[in-house]
Design a binder for this molecule. Structure first.
Ligand SMILES: [Mg+2]
Length: 249
């Protein structure tokens, strides 16, 4: 077999790209990624925290399985299995701004009338604040129900607009991610943040595969980044089809 192409990196979003939303990767996809890794560098870039990504990718040895693992968009990163120094959104905002933002969100959700609410409306992560109008404690069925309603009523889009207006001074970005939540993080800490970990010039080609590549989606910035070749996928099956076309023909 030909030697691995060390000048190419292929990056993948997790949710909706490698796995069905919130669910676990299929054995076939896992195998396909390992086959791909025999040919090129393979990296993962997800908005979730590292334990969640490990769970979704069904591995306890994520640093060994992939060349690069960027959880929370790369705010927490493993480079060839080594931990990179981590950033923090709490440090970035400071307690006063942070509380102003959280208080606004709690009040906004309290005033929101939707068919169902569950628990965990705000989840503090290292590199972002995850806000969910229904609450992250909802079941899979409730999640799908909310997602459908949100597509019709723009619940999250309206909340993003309110946040943008209220906190224009904070240099924060509000991004609709997954099915039930909004990710809030410093401008520039979107998925392109992971690229800052890469040695300049190391890769001639960087591919990115994601399912939310339209403006406003959480893959948009990296998808449209000038040093990245972006690929839009419909779902994990489509990712497999496109990978086969690109790398295994
Ligand atoms: Mg996705």
């Amino acid at each position: 077999m030909a030697a691995r192409d060390e000048s190419t990196l292929v990056l993948f979003d997790v949710d909706g790209t490698l796995t069905p939303s919130r669910l676990i990767i299929s054995p076939q996809m896992k195998q396909l990624l390992q086959r791909l890794r025999e040919r090129v560098n393979v990296g993962i870039v997800g908005g979730s925290d590292l334990p969640k990504i490990e769970e979704q990718l069904d591995t306890k040895t994520i640093g060994e399985d992939y060349d690069y693992v960027f959880s929370e968009n790369g705010v927490v990163a493993k480079l060839h299995g080594e931990n990179a120094p981590a950033q923090s959104v709490v440090k970035f905002l400071g307690e006063e701004n942070l509380q102003e933002l959280l208080n606004f969100v709690l009040r906004y959700i309290a005033d929101l009338k939707i068919p169902k609410k569950r628990g965990t409306f705000i989840e503090m992560r290292q590199g972002m604040i995850n806000i969910s109008p229904i609450g992250r404690g909802c079941t899979h069925a409730e999640r799908l129900e909310f997602f459908e309603l949100d597509n019709k009523q723009g619940i999250r889009a309206a909340m993003v607009k309110a946040l943008q207006e209220k906190f224009a001074h904070l240099s924060m970005k509000y991004s609709i991610g997954g099915q039930i939540s909004i990710d809030v993080f410093p401008i520039g800490w979107d998925k392109t943040f992971c690229l800052t970990h890469l040695e300049p010039g190391k890769f001639k080609t960087i591919h990115f595969f994601g399912d939310k590549t339209s403006p406003g989606g959480n893959d948009y910035e990296i998808f449209s980044h000038s040093s990245v070749q972006g690929h839009t996928v419909l779902n994990p099956d489509d990712t497999a089809v496109q990978l086969n076309q690109l790398f295994f023909k």
